[in-house]
Design a protein around this ligand. Structure first.
Ligand code: FAD
Length: 435
């Protein structure tokens, strides 16, 4: 058995999604010694479908099945976490929701992050013909359908559908957390990839580090004054459970979604245009947006729905996504097995979103409406503020913090990344004083 590699830092950060990358970069820029441990590799974003396989690690890893219903949930296990495949839509945090838990996400904090990342709606010239047609049809029907904010800087290049789902090449228009993880590394942090964190080292309920395994199973021990777990909605509760916080992961949300497609008589920009650039969010927790995508993804939906002929209609396609705020239900097991059943309220919301989508598509003249199956991509709420962590994101173990989508305290149903970055920044300001 190989000897344990021992390392020391001011702060050890586990995971490089938006939560972990924010904390790691902020603290590195403030002169702290930071070690970042990431279970995935640094897979290059190529914009090709093969990148998605590398980001997720395939079935059983990032492509998970929620039992017993078998609903597919996607997450990325790679430097940058799930932002490597996200559609980069930015939604402001629900400040009032967090205030109830004594977490003040102040307007100054939000402005700081939005300015730094140039969060804004896309200019008209970057929006494709499918999204434009959907927006016009929805507005004609009376929906308050508007452009959505994006983590996209069009001055860095034309945003294309493939950049969103298969990763955006370095220096490209879409922001991904990988940028900040690598920036932290360039500014002096140590980034260990292919390093799987197993559990926390603690004595008398004070965390002093983590135990991990390297690429070839070699043991690694990192000792630090503060431990920040940002392993995502599924990964973080598992680490906490292994540390003795068994309540973590005992219910969660994953924001189920479904697609509705239609086909026009004339060609659209469906295959190339940026997705999720316009839409609505209803008071009862339903988000409906345009959703264009590369050929392979649409083909999957067509084949999955046994509408094989639609594979050849992609050039005339228009697509709409429904995403809902699901009830906190189910559990994450210690082997990262996810159990969750949609409630009748969840089904109701998904079907209502489908009905809105069909109405909008029919109104713009689309034919052969195709409904894709249900999926999910935003696991969270597993280490909620007020139950597993306090308002400083600290657990019952002193110096052990969680900063990612798992701390969101209530059901959600919105793009979480902007909120996760704000929570990460707030924590790094606190830790900068404390370590
Ligand atoms: C297809 C898709 C589209 C999306 N679109 C949007 C969107 O438009 N807008 C939006 O806001 N959100 C979107 N999301 C969701 C968003 O990407 C996630 O909610 C967000 O990335 C969660 O951030 P996080 O920091 O909680 O964790 P993650 O991004 O999941 O990162 C966790 C990291 O921790 C690592 N890790 C896990 N376990 C361990 C361990 N034991 N040891 C070491 N490392 C570990 C993982 O490899 C991963 O890199 C989308 C997601 C998907 C999949």
């Amino acid at each position: 058995m190989s000897e344990t590699k021992k390392l020391e830092a001011d702060v050890v950060v586990v995971g490089t999604g938006p939560g972990g990358s924010t904390v790691a970069r902020d603290l590195t820029l403030q002169g702290k010694k930071v070690i970042i441990l990431e279970r995935g590799a640094d897979n290059k974003p190529t914009g090709r479908p093969t990148a998605a396989v590398k980001f997720t690690g395939g079935p059983g890893k990032g492509m998970m099945k929620a039992q017993p219903d078998g609903l597919t949930m996607i997450r990325c296990l790679t430097v940058g976490g799930s932002t490597m495949m996200y559609t980069a839509t930015a939604f402001d945090p629900d400040v009032e929701k967090f205030k109830k838990y004594n977490v003040d996400l102040s307007p100054e904090l939000l402005d700081e992050v939005k300015t730094e990342l140039k969060v804004a709606p896309l200019p008209d010239e970057s929006i494709g013909s499918a999204a434009k047609a959907i927006m016009k049809s929805a507005q004609d029907l009376g929906f308050d359908w508007q452009k959505l904010n994006k983590f996209v800087d069009p001055s860095k290049g034309k945003p294309l559908a493939k950049n969103f789902f298969f990763g955006c090449e370095e220096g490209g228009p879409k922001w991904q957390a990988r940028e900040w993880a690598l920036d932290a590394k360039n500014k002096g942090a140590t980034l260990l990839t292919n390093t799987y964190v197993e559990e926390i080292i603690a004595e008398h309920k004070i965390a002093t580090g983590v135990l991990a395994k390297g690429k070839n199973g070699e043991p690694i021990e990192v000792n630090a004054n503060a431990v920040v777990i940002s392993a995502g909605g599924v990964g973080s509760p598992v680490i906490l459970q292994k540390t003795g916080i068994y309540e973590a992961g005992q219910s969660f949300f994953f924001d189920p979604f479904c697609m509705t497609f239609g086909y026009l008589d004339e060609p659209t920009d469906f295959l190339t245009e940026p997705p999720m650039v316009t839409g609505i969010h209803t008071d009862d927790g339903i988000m409906v947006t345009d959703m264009s995508m590369p050929w392979t993804m649409h083909a999957n939906y067509a084949v999955g729905s046994k509408k094989y002929f639609n594979v050849f209609r992609t050039k005339r396609a228009v697509g709409i996504m429904t995403k809902i705020s699901d009830d906190l239900e189910g559990s994450i097991g210690i082997r990262e097995n996810i159990t969750k059943r949609l409630t009748s309220d969840d089904h109701y919301k998904l079907e209502k979103g489908r009905a809105i989508s069909r109405k909008i598509l029919r109104n713009l003249g689309a034919k052969d409406i195709l409904f894709g199956g249900y999926g999910a991509a935003h696991p969270g709420g597993t280490c909620g503020i007020g139950s597993i962590v306090d308002s400083n994101l600290e657990t019952e173990f002193k110096n052990l913090f969680v900063a990612d989508a798992s701390v969101i305290p209530e059901q959600w149903g919105l793009p979480p990344v902007l909120t996760v970055i704000c929570l990460g920044r707030r924590l790094s300001k606190l830790l900068a004083q404390r370590v």
